[in-house]
Design a protein around this ligand. Structure first.
Ligand SMILES: [Fe+2]
Length: 462
């Protein structure tokens, strides 16, 4: 017994000495445990392409744009594109195009953003592409060009993602992808992130979307959170133009934030509701005067009919809605109010807070939606056919000839709202068929009872 104790002590002395040395040298600590990895490390650019996103062009039947990020060691980026085939041999003769690039010094690092437009493509054709520097390549992504004329199309629309984007918005975009994996567009109605110039937030946005952004073209419009304040007025996030490659067919100075796209018989228009409203009203009038498409879908950030009475935007409504009415815009998709609210076609009888009533015959349906976790309250008003609080949503919209089917689904894929629009012969207002599911509206008590449980992070709900 004594011998055993003596041996144990003798053996233990070197171990204790070694432990003491490690402690004093800092190799281990008495408080060693998980530690948070620094954002600069998590979002560090490398020579390997990341943040790859396909961007819609003004002519998606024959072109598609792509943008991506590397570190600044990559002197020249390339995109390789080939008509995709069932077999793997399409990789033998891709067309290689050099990319333009732009360096961006963010709050975390200096990165190089590359972009290229793949053009001379055939309509309604599957293509494969990859991006890289000649030595380091992305995987081959696939996409399909738009048809040359009208063709059935589906697209996805998101209200604000904005907060905890990687953590809590990821499930929404992924659920949307599961519902409409072959959608032709991802429309983001602004406030993709919360702090315009925080690299980590943009990194989270790209991570949440993952490969979906590489194969489904995005069509974003900036929200107020993509702008920062300055003495000279609002300034667009320094990330916006380098990291996206969007059309520049809007008013001069608003390139890539106000633009339009003709896709499969639909005119999609992104407007920038943050700045220069008068200029955009005139611009919209000019492009709508020459619109060969049967359907017109608009998106911008600030709703002109707000679910909250205190946020009613009469100024913007008085300026823009006459143009929407004049050209019988079918659908207006917005965000900003962190709730869900959807109008019928005749909202003039119940305009909130004394604003100006507008043409009841235009047939425009207005939607506010939210996809991220930040939640506000709804003040129910008669113009709202369906509303929701405390609900993360995405919308899948399908157009086939004379019919448009709108579906709003919750983060878990449940149908929350739906209607159908049907074009009437002769160009009158659309016929509207309500298809609201037989489930209660998520309002009132629902919010009170879930408030503390869902919003652990603090003060989202107000
Ligand atoms: Fe906003």
């Amino acid at each position: 017994m004594f011998e055993f104790t003596r041996r144990a002590l003798t053996a233990g002395i070197p171990i204790l000495l070694a432990f003491g040395f490690l402690l004093s040298s800092g190799s281990i600590s008495a408080h060693d445990g998980p530690h948070k990895v620094a954002e600069a490390e998590i979002h560090k650019p490398t020579p390997i392409p990341d943040r790859i996103n396909l961007c819609i062009t003004a002519k998606p039947a024959t072109s598609m744009a792509v943008a991506w990020r590397t570190d600044t060691s990559v002197a020249q980026g390339f995109v390789e594109v080939a008509a995709a085939e069932a077999g793997p041999m399409f990789i033998r003769s891709p067309k290689r195009m050099p990319a333009a690039h732009e360096d961006l010094k963010s709050d975390l690092s200096e990165a190089r953003y590359h972009s290229a437009v793949m053009d001379d493509l055939k309509p309604d054709t599957p293509y494969a592409y990859r991006v890289g520097d000649g030595a380091n390549w992305s995987e081959w992504f696939q996409f399909r060009t738009a048809a040359a004329g009208p063709k059935p199309i589906s697209f996805i629309y998101f209200g604000d993602a904005q907060n905890d984007v990687k953590s809590m918005w990821s499930r929404v975009i992924r659920s949307a992808f599961q519902d409409a994996p072959r959608a032709s567009l991802l429309i983001h109605a602004g406030d993709l992130i919360n702090s315009a110039n925080r690299d980590a937030e943009w990194g989270g946005w790209f991570e949440a979307a993952g490969f979906i952004n590489g194969m489904t073209p995005i069509m974003p419009t900036p929200g107020n959170h993509e702008y920062s304040k300055s003495t000279n007025g609002p300034v667009l996030s320094a990330h916006w133009r380098p990291q996206f490659a969007l059309p520049a067919n809007g008013p001069a100075g608003l390139e890539e934030t106000c633009y339009y796209v003709d896709h499969s018989g639909v005119r999609f228009v992104a407007m920038n509701s943050n700045v220069r409203h008068e200029d955009q009203a005139a611009w919209l009038d000019s492009i709508m005067a020459d619109n060969p498409n049967r359907w017109t879908i608009l998106t911008f950030h600030h709703p002109i009919y707000s679910p909250a009475k205190g946020r009613d935007n009469t100024k913007l409504r008085d300026l823009w809605q006459p143009v929407f009415d004049k050209y019988k815009v079918d659908l207006v998709l917005t965000g900003h109010d962190h709730t869900y609210a959807r109008s019928g076609m005749r909202i003039h009888d119940n305009v909130p807070t004394g604003g100006t009533a507008r043409d009841p015959q235009s047939g425009t349906v207005y939607v506010v939606s939210v996809s991220g976790p930040k939640m506000y309250r709804v003040e129910k008003q008669p113009w709202m056919k369906r509303a929701a609080e405390n609900t993360q949503l995405y919308q899948v919209i399908r157009i086939d000839g004379d019919r448009l089917l709108f579906e709003s689904r919750t983060a878990i894929g449940e149908l929350y709202d739906s209607f159908e629009l049907i074009k009437r012969p002769g160009g009158g207002p659309n016929e509207m068929i309500e298809k609201i599911p037989d489930t209660p509206e998520r309002l009132g008590e629902e919010v009170k009872t879930t408030r503390s449980r869902t919003m652990e992070a603090g003060t989202y709900l107000r």
